[in-house]
Design a protein around this ligand. Structure first.
Ligand SMILES: NC(=O)c1ccc[n+]([C@@H]2O[C@H](COP(=O)([O-])OP(=O)(O)OC[C@H]3O[C@@H](n4cnc5c(N)ncnc54)[C@H](O)[C@@H]3O)[C@@H](O)[C@H]2O)c1
Length: 340
């Protein structure tokens, strides 16, 4: 079987992690072209990968012999890149966030489904063994009815006005920390809650990175249609206190919680059970999953459907914060109904 040929869009920081995946699955998938608007970056990445360099990703999509693209661009360019790739019949791996507005989401959904290509969201934390095991246990009903899901992703980010680039500006990042790192605990919450979010609100803060247009920290509350209440904490301002969980789920029969590595299940009336997992490079797993899905035609764990669900939840949280109310979460199916 011939290898899947991928064109990288953007050659910045996250590409190092994706390259580890392409090297690990070199028998199945390879990067044959790379586009970056900074010539030096495009040439350096092309030399590193043995690929052809482009400065214009649209030209690369038109000219290069590609089966798929891997979008690692600043956020404001994701929708345009997805549409160009899908219209050219290329499969797509897209870094978070999928896109930034409901109008873009609507277009992405229409164009990807009309083209019949596979789009996988690069939601790498789903590949943590603690997450996949928790998901399996929840689907088996280990906790009975689920009441509460908590997720978090916070760290001390040493951004300053000189090194922060497009992330400091809402026009290019689509918001603040919640739209960026906050995407991870949001897709994780959706994955574990097992229902559809119906309402949300947020408290946003700029604790430390005051030069940002928007928040450096967010706390989000969500209600799901199956009765689950979600609480999410995410920040670039501070390191969370030792012992903080990455996620936890509480239900009628007990709880499970994880620091992102191990998973502990505590059921009422029994001794707790801890699963110890080895460290996993989730970016490597993500590239392997993308290659497998393209080879087998299987549906990726998260496609544009889940990417849009995450976006709608984040937009509702922002709206709740702006209006100081609890905002409805419009889903994919209602996009047309609300005139978006
Ligand atoms: N999953 C994760 O844990 C994770 C971590 C970091 C970044 N990301 C995501 O990866 C994406 C890229 O982030 P990054 O940290 O690599 O950013 P970055 O700024 O390091 O890299 C972006 C690259 O895109 C290039 N670029 C900008 N405009 C372009 C254009 N018009 N055409 C072609 N190239 C262009 C820049 O020159 C730069 O090399 C974002 O979506 C980000 O949210 C994900």
């Amino acid at each position: 079987m011939s290898k899947i040929k991928v064109g990288l869009l953007g050659g910045g920081g996250i590409v190092d992690a994706h390259i580890r995946g392409y090297r690990t699955y070199a028998d199945a998938i390879e990067v044959t072209a790379i586009a970056d608007v900074v010539d030096e970056t495009a040439r350096r990445r092309a030399a590193e990968l043995g690929a052809t360099a482009y400065s214009d990703f649209r030209l690369m999509i038109d000219e290069a012999d590609l089966d798929a693209v891997d979008i690692c661009l600043p956020h404001h360019l994701h929708a345009e890149a997805i549409v160009a790739a899908a219209q050219a019949g290329k499969h797509i791996l897209c870094e978070k966030p999928l896109c930034l507005t409901v109008q873009q989401a609507d277009e992405v959904q229409r164009v990807v489904s009309a083209a019949g290509v596979t789009l996988m969201c690069a939601h790498n934390q789903l590949f943590l063994p603690a997450v996949s095991t928790a998901k399996q246990l929840l689907e088996q009903g280990i906790l009975g009815s689920v009441y509460e899901v908590r997720t978090s992703d916070s760290f001390y980010n040493d951004f300053n006005p000189q090194n922060m680039g497009w992330r400091a500006t809402a026009a290019t990042s689509g918001g603040g920390e919640l739209m960026d790192t906050g995407y991870h605990p949001t897709y994780l919450m959706l994955h574990l809650a097992g229902g559809s979010p119906v309402e949300a609100t947020a408290l946003l803060s700029r604790h430390r990175l005051r030069f940002m247009d928007s928040e450096d920290s967010a706390q989000v509350l969500v209600r799901f249609d199956n009765g689950v209440v979600g609480h999410l904490v995410t920040s670039w301002a501070y390191q969370p206190p030792p012992g903080s969980e990455r996620f936890s789920v509480v239900g009628e029969r007990g709880s499970l919680h994880s620091d992102g590595r191990d998973l502990t299940v505590s059921l009422r009336g029994s001794t707790s059970q801890t699963y110890d997992f080895d460290d996993v490079d989730t970016y490597v797993s993500e590239i392997g999953h993308f290659a497998d899905c393209l080879r087998s035609g299987a549906r990726p764990l998260h496609t544009e459907r889940e990417g849009i669900d995450v976006l709608c939840l984040i937009l509702a949280a922002y709206e709740g914060a702006r209006s100081r109310t609890i905002s409805p979460v419009f889903g994919r199916s209602e996009m047309g109904d609300v005139g978006l």
